[in-house]
Design a protein around this ligand. Structure first.
Ligand SMILES: [Fe+2]
Length: 234
């Protein structure tokens, strides 16, 4: 029987969901959704996301863009432009600007993040992404980075934003969580065509196995990174 890319993607997504390890079920997401997260914990999460994922996005994607098929380069370059300049969201600034808007609103000086020693979970996540970009077959980043991480972001941030609106209106105004709202809209599309992609490029069992491994590893490493949000203080 011919390989069904859409079924493959649905299957690995279902496997992640069944494990209970999706990002929208992360401890910090639950705590924000319930209004239980302290400002220090939310800054701790931002620190984790900064060191484990978002600070490196432009470099990871820039390395990867040299390896992917030419027809995919438009969307990746657009992704980098949004990350650095906010060109798609027209938010006027890159994503790091908005991350620090969030942590400043919570009362933290930037150095709580920029001068933190990255913990094991953040370092593992960062290292995984660089490994995919530099060392691994290019299709693995589509699964480990785009589907495993980026495509999990909108549902996680929808829950966080609901939490900010419901429980943190006295601390956070909408601009303060623009980092989250921007990612809900700009990242939504990136997982949409992965079924088609799988069918076209995962043309051997070995590629399918490595795509699945990258997907589950990317999802789990980011989950561990986010969950290691304790110990931020100022
Ligand atoms: Fe971003």
């Amino acid at each position: 029987m011919a390989f069904d890319g859409e079924a493959f993607v649905q299957e690995i997504r279902a496997e992640l969901t069944a494990s209970g390890r999706r990002l929208d079920r992360a401890v910090i997401v639950e705590r924000i959704a319930n209004g239980e997260a302290t400002p220090a914990e939310m800054v701790g999460w931002a620190r984790q996301h900064y060191w484990g994922v978002t600070y490196h996005t432009r470099r990871v994607l820039s390395a990867w863009v040299t390896k992917i098929p030419y027809e995919m380069t438009d969307s990746v370059i657009e992704n980098i432009a949004e990350e650095v300049l906010g060109t798609v969201s027209k938010s006027g600034f890159g994503h790091l600007h908005w991350l620090f808007q969030f942590t400043r609103a919570l009362g933290a000086p930037d150095t709580v993040i920029t001068e933190a020693t990255p913990n094991v979970d953040a370092t593992a996540c960062e290292s995984f992404l660089y490994n995919l970009a530099h060392q691994r077959p290019w299709h693995e980043l589509t699964f480990g980075g785009i589907l495993g991480i980026e495509n999990q972001i909108p549902p996680a941030y929808i829950r966080m934003v609901d939490g900010f609106k419901t429980h943190y209106g006295n601390i956070l105004q909408p601009d303060d969580y623009a980092f989250h709202t921007i990612h809900i809209t700009v990242d939504e599309d990136h997982g949409g065509h992965v079924g088609e992609f799988a069918e076209r490029y995962l043309d051997t069992d070995a590629k399918r196995r490595s795509a699945r491994a990258a997907y589950l590893a990317g999802a789990e490493l980011t989950r561990r990174c986010w969950d290691a949000f304790a110990d931020a203080s100022w």
